[in-house]
Design a protein. Structure first.
Length: 258
C-alpha cells in the first residue's frame, strides 16, 4: 500500500459500531470530517477502494458506494488510471451580477484557461421570439451560435447566442470570444438585462456538460444593448449548477423611494 496523505485518516479511523448509519455513510462522513478538520486538503490523494476496504475491514462495494456519492457531491474527484483526490474537478466561479462581462473576460481575470467549441452555426431569418427580443423586423437575418464553453478543459456552459447579421456580417470571424468580435466590429454591448432560473438538464445537455442526466443547472437569458439602445445580443445559456455563483450586491431600499 502506497504512503499517501489520506492513508493516515483511514489508518486511525474507527467506524463506530454504535453508529446506526449505513457503513458507506460512515465512510463518507469520515472523509467529509477529515476535510473540515484540515486533515485532508484539496488535491490530496486518498487511498484506492481496495486499500480503504482493507484499512476499514469493509467490502469494496461499500467503499465504492461512498466514493461515488462523494464524486457526485463534488467532494472528491476521480482521475481515470490515477486515483481519487479531494476536491471537485470543476472550477467554481463568482460572477458579480452588476458588471457586464464576457465569458472569456470573466475567466481570464481568474487565470482560468477557456475555449469554445462551436456546436452549430447558422444564419437565418429570426424566429418570432428572436425578432421580439431583438426588436427586429421579420426580414432581418440573424446568426446563431451554439457553443460549449470550457474552463480549464472542463465543459461548464452551453450557450446559444443570436446576433442580428448586420452587426456581424461574417459569422466565421467569431473565434473564442463573441464580445471580442463585436468589439472589433464596433458593436460591443454596454448594457444588458439578464434573468436566471434553475432547471434540470436534458439528456443531450447532460452529455455535453459531462454530468449525470437531469443534473441541476442555471438557465440564463441575456439581452444586451448598444449605447444607442439597439439590442445586439440575445443569448440563452445553461451553466452547470456546480460551476457558477452569481453574486448580487443589495442596498437597503430608501423608504422615500420604496
Ligand atoms: C457570457 C454571457 C453571454 C455572452 C458571452 C460572451 C452570461 C450568463 N452570459 O457567457 O451572454 O454571449 O459571455 O462571451 O454571462 P465570449 O465573448 O467569451 O464569447
Amino acid at each position: 500500500m502506497t504512503n499517501i496523505p489520506g492513508q493516515r485518516v483511514f489508518a486511525k479511523a474507527n467506524l463506530s459500531a454504535a453508529d446506526n448509519a449505513p457503513l458507506y455513510m460512515r465512510i463518507k462522513r469520515l472523509i467529509i470530517e477529515a476535510t473540515a478538520k484540515g486533515d485532508l486538503r484539496d488535491g490530496d490523494a486518498i487511498p484506492s477502494e481496495r486499500d480503504v476496504a482493507e484499512l476499514l475491514s469493509v467490502s469494496r462495494v461499500t467503499v465504492r458506494k461512498a466514493f461515488s456519492e462523494l464524486v457526485r457531491e463534488g467532494i472528491v474527484n476521480q482521475k481515470r488510471g490515477s486515483g481519487t483526490y479531494i476536491g471537485g474537478t470543476v472550477v467554481r466561479v463568482e460572477q458579480p451580477l452588476s458588471r457586464l462581462t464576457s465569458f472569456t473576460e470573466d475567466m481570464k481575470l481568474r487565470g482560468i484557461v477557456t475555449r469554445a467549441e462551436i456546436l452549430s452555426l447558422q444564419t437565418a431569418l429570426p424566429t418570432p421570439e428572436e425578432a421580439l427580443k431583438l426588436s427586429l423586423s421579420p426580414s432581418e437575418r440573424v446568426s446563431r451560435w451554439r457553443r460549449l464553453r470550457y474552463a480549464n478543459d472542463v465543459p461548464i456552459a452551453i450557450e446559444h447566442a443570436v446576433i442580428p447579421e448586420r452587426f456581424l456580417p461574417d459569422a466565421s470571424l467569431v473565434r473564442d470570444s463573441l464580445y471580442a468580435a463585436l468589439d472589433a466590429a464596433g458593436f460591443k454591448p454596454v448594457r444588458a438585462l439578464q434573468r436566471l432560473r434553475a432547471v434540470a438538464l436534458d439528456d443531450e445537455e447532460s452529455d455535453l456538460l459531462e454530468v449525470p442526466s437531469a443534473s441541476p443547472a442555471l438557465f440564463i437569458e441575456r439581452i444586451s444593448y448598444l449605447a444607442d439602445g439597439r439590442a445586439v445580443e440575445f443569448t440563452t445559456s445553461h451553466y452547470r449548477g456546480d460551476s457558477y455563483d452569481f453574486v448580487a450586491e443589495l442596498t437597503l431600499a430608501n423608504e422615500a423611494t420604496a
